[in-house]
Design a protein around this ligand. Structure first.
Ligand code: ADP
Ligand code: 5GP
Length: 216
C-alpha cells in the first residue's frame, strides 16, 4: 500500500444529463490523486466516444463471459443495455492510494455499498428538472424518445437517493467539483480508516514508555 494509505472508493451517480461526466472529468484534470474506473458496456458508442476512454464497448456475449469469470465488481441493466465495473483496476488503484471514481447507476451503487460499506456514495442533482431537460437536449447525444425514457428513469431514481451519503447540486461546475473533492478528503479521516494509524502510535508509545531515554 502507498504511504498515503489506501484510496477511497467513490461512487458518483445522478440523473442522466446532470453532469456526472463533466464533474468527474474536471476533478481528474485538477487533482492527481483520483483515478477513473472505466466500465464495460453493451451500448453502442456515442459520437466522439473512444473505446477504453469513456467505456470499453463490448458485445453481450463478452459481457456474459465477464460475469461468468467473476471479473465484475458489480453490473446492471440500464435502459436496455448492460453496464459493469471491472474489479481488478479498481483494487489496483486503491492500493496505490488513488481515490477511484465509479460513475454508475443506483442499482450498481447499492451493490457496491453492500459489498464495501466504506464506499462513499455521492448523488449529483441538477438545479431543477427543467435544467436537466435542457442539459440532456443540449448534449445532443440521444434522440427524443431516449431522452424521455431517461427523464422517466430519473423520476424513478429520485426515490432511492436516501441510500446515498451525500447529495450535491451541480449548478456552478467549479463549486460542485470543489465540494466533491472536499467530501472525499474528509472521508479519508473517518475513524475506521484511521484506526491503523492510531494503533501504530500506541505501539510506539509503549516502546517509548519502556525505554524513555532511547532516541529513535
Ligand atoms: P451525465 O454524465 O450526468 O449524463 P454530462 O456530463 O454528459 O452528464 O452533462 C450533460 C450536459 O450538461 C453536457 O452538455 C454538459 O456540458 C452540461 N453540463 C454539465 N455540468 C454543467 C453545469 N454545471 N452547468 C451547465 N451545464 C452543465
Ligand atoms: P450512459 O449510457 O449515459 O453512459 O450511462 C447510463 C447509465 O449507466 C448512467 O446512469 C451511468 O452512471 C450508468 N453506468 C455506467 N457505467 C456503469 C457500470 O459500470 N455499472 C452500473 N451499474 N452503471 C453504470
Amino acid at each position: 500500500m502507498s504511504k498515503k494509505g489506501q484510496g477511497s472508493l467513490v461512487v458518483v451517480s445522478g440523473f442522466s444529463g446532470t453532469g456526472k461526466g463533466t464533474v468527474m472529468k474536471r476533478l481528474l484534470e485538477e487533482k492527481e490523486d483520483y483515478a477513473l474506473s472505466v466500465s464495460v458496456t453493451t451500448r453502442p458508442p456515442r459520437e466522439g466516444e473512444e473505446n477504453g476512454r469513456e467505456y470499453f464497448f463490448i458485445t453481450e456475449e463478452q459481457f456474459r463471459e465477464m460475469i461468468r469469470s467473476d471479473e465484475l465488481l458489480e453490473y446492471a441493466t440500464y435502459v436496455s443495455h448492460s453496464y459493469g465495473t471491472p474489479a481488478a483496476y479498481v483494487f489496483e488503484k486503491m492500493e496505490q492510494g488513488q481515490n477511484v471514481l465509479l460513475e454508475i447507476d443506483i442499482q450498481g451503487a447499492l451493490k457496491v455499498k453492500a459489498k464495501y460499506p466504506e464506499a462513499l456514495l455521492v448523488f449529483l442533482i441538477p438545479p431543477s428538472a427543467e435544467e436537466l431537460r435542457r442539459r440532456l437536449v443540449s448534449r445532443g447525444t440521444e434522440d427524443w424518445e431516449t431522452i424521455v425514457r431517461r427523464l422517466a428513469r430519473a423520476a424513478e431514481e429520485a426515490d432511492v437517493v436516501s441510500a446515498y451519503d451525500y447529495v450535491l447540486v451541480n449548478d456552478d461546475l467549479d463549486q460542485c467539483v470543489d465540494a466533491l473533492d472536499r467530501i472525499v478528503q474528509i472521508q479519508r479521516s473517518r475513524t475506521p480508516r484511521m484506526l491503523d494509524a492510531v494503533a501504530r502510535i500506541k505501539d510506539d508509545l509503549r516502546r517509548i514508555i519502556e525505554n524513555p531515554q532511547e532516541a529513535e
